[in-house]
Ligand binder design. Structure first.
Ligand code: SAJ
Length: 425
């Protein structure tokens, strides 16, 4: 295989195209958005990823990578397009279908098509293959097809693309074997071969395992609040057991993977996926539990002002997709509370957002930590104390140092512990 065509030049497709080009393949990248194509042709980026800009410029300058809005003939095609979730919690596979349609006129005997996008089980068999059949080629015999899900984390893409193990699910053995050969161009991790539907499920199961485990942790936090013990300490002690790994409770689950992927299983097997469905509901409901706690804590305070620390969906990143912090903020705002929002990683303008911890805490009655940014643990709480009207901190992430905060004169409360509800701040 000498020439590759990559459909979709986003977080996964673009770095993948660049990696293949860097390792000697002729690569043509396709994106339906002409603005993206023009940006890349000008050697600029529409996404952030350390090292990507330089490497892309290099492979474009030496002619290994070209980009445009339409495909070219190639030996192999990789589809890495978005698979967003609809309002009704079903996967929108329109981009996968249209990427398939786009390459049909270019497909020749002996070609390989690899789907990398995260998709519901049976998408390759039931959605992609019917489209590819329009080429007139016999699937698995004249046209090889497989699924090899992306499993890398933004920020460390180039390391993980090379080092992580890879799952390759072929529609038949020959498809899997050819795909393995393709990725061996740069993958140093082990490449595991299976069938397409199993590969689709492996990706979804990884993220579902985390979601169900976090739902358990969140349920245990509510139980701790009811019974009166500290769930953080209890989880730490339970995890001393060699076969126990309970995840962390929090204000809910965000991001575009863990909060989305389990729905792709529920969609395909609604009657069977009961625990998975319930876990999604528990995690989606968790921000509202935080809202209830906050409301109890400020009950009786005259015109309470609440400072929310953290808007990103997890610590030390600038990504707000599906962030539970935004759900908490929206619900409190709808209930009429005065809010100040602060996140050192988020630079876009938003209503009630301020630029410093000082501004957020000035005149506030309650500080609520919603994201585990490491900066929040490093604040000088004795200096901040004087700015607030009432001095209570609710930590939903177990990230602050109780001792130093109490020493600074604050009441430190965390979810999943005995909460002095009904008491005024
Ligand atoms: N969270 C908790 N408690 C925990 C762990 C996470 O509340 O114990 C929350 C986080 O705060 C966040 C959400 O869950 O809101 C998701 O965060 P995450 O770090 O678990 O996952 P993502 O979405 O950043 O990335 C995941 C990764 N999958 C796995 O670890 C199995 C990543 O490797 C995948 O590539 C990515 O999904 C993806 O693209 O699917």
């Amino acid at each position: 295989m000498e020439k590759l065509c990559v459909l979709g030049l986003g977080y996964i497709g673009l770095p993948t195209a660049v990696m293949f080009a860097k390792h000697g393949m002729k690569v043509h990248g396709v994106d339906v958005n002409p603005v993206v194509v023009e940006t890349l042709q000008n050697r600029a980026l529409h996404i952030e990823e350390p090292g990507l800009g330089e490497m892309m410029a290099e492979v474009m300058d030496n002619g290994q990578l070209t980009v445009s809005t339409s495909p070219e003939e190639a030996d192999a095609y990789i589809i890495a397009v978005p698979t967003p979730i609809r309002e009704d919690r079903t996967a929108n596979l329109d981009y996968v279908k249209s990427a398939g349609e786009m390459i049909v006129p270019y497909l020749r005997k002996g070609n390989l098509v690899v789907l990398e996008s995260t998709v519901p089980p049976r998408t390759v068999e039931d959605v992609l293959i019917p489209v590819l059949r329009k080429s007139g080629l016999s699937i698995g015999d004249e046209l090889y097809v497989s699924h090899s899900p992306e499993r890398v984390i933004p920020g460390q893409l180039f390391k993980e693309l090379v080092q992580n193990d890879r799952i390759v699910g072929g529609v038949n053995e020959e498809s899997a074997r050819l795909t393995q050969k393709l990725y061996q161009t740069f993958v140093k991790g082990k490449i595991h071969l299976t069938d397409a539907t199993t590969a689709e499920m492996v990706k979804l199961m990884e993220n579902t395992y985390r979601d169900v485990n976090i739902a358990l942790a969140n349920e245990l936090a509510r139980i701790a609040e009811r019974i009166g013990f500290n769930v953080w300490e209890a989880i730490e002690l339970a995890n001393c057991h060699p076969r126990v790994n309970i995840h962390r409770p929090g204000p809910g689950v965000g991001g575009h993977c863990i909060a989305v992927d389990p729905w792709f299983i529920v969609e395909q097997a609604p009657e069977e996926a009961q625990l998975i469905h319930l876990s999604r509901q528990i995690n989606d409901g968790t921000p509202y539990k935080v809202v209830q706690i906050v409301e109890e804590l400020v009950k009786g305070v005259d015109h309470p002002q609440i400072a929310l620390f953290g808007l990103a969906f997890k610590g030390n990143i600038d990504d707000m997709r599906e962030s539970p912090a935004l759900v908490v903020a929206k619900a409190l705002r709808q209930k009429g509370y005065a809010l100040k929002l602060y996140d050192p990683h988020i630079h876009e303008q938003m209503p009630d957002k301020v630029d410093s911890a000082e501004e957020a805490l000035s005149g506030s009655d309650l500080m609520v930590v919603l994201t585990d940014h490491s900066q929040f643990a490093e604040l000088d709480y004795s200096r901040l104390h004087g700015l607030m009207r009432h001095h209570t901190i609710l930590d939903t992430r177990h990230v602050l140092n109780r001792e130093s905060i109490e020493k600074a004169g604050f009441t430190y409360l965390e979810i999943g512990s005995t909460l002095p509800l009904k008491a005024h701040v």
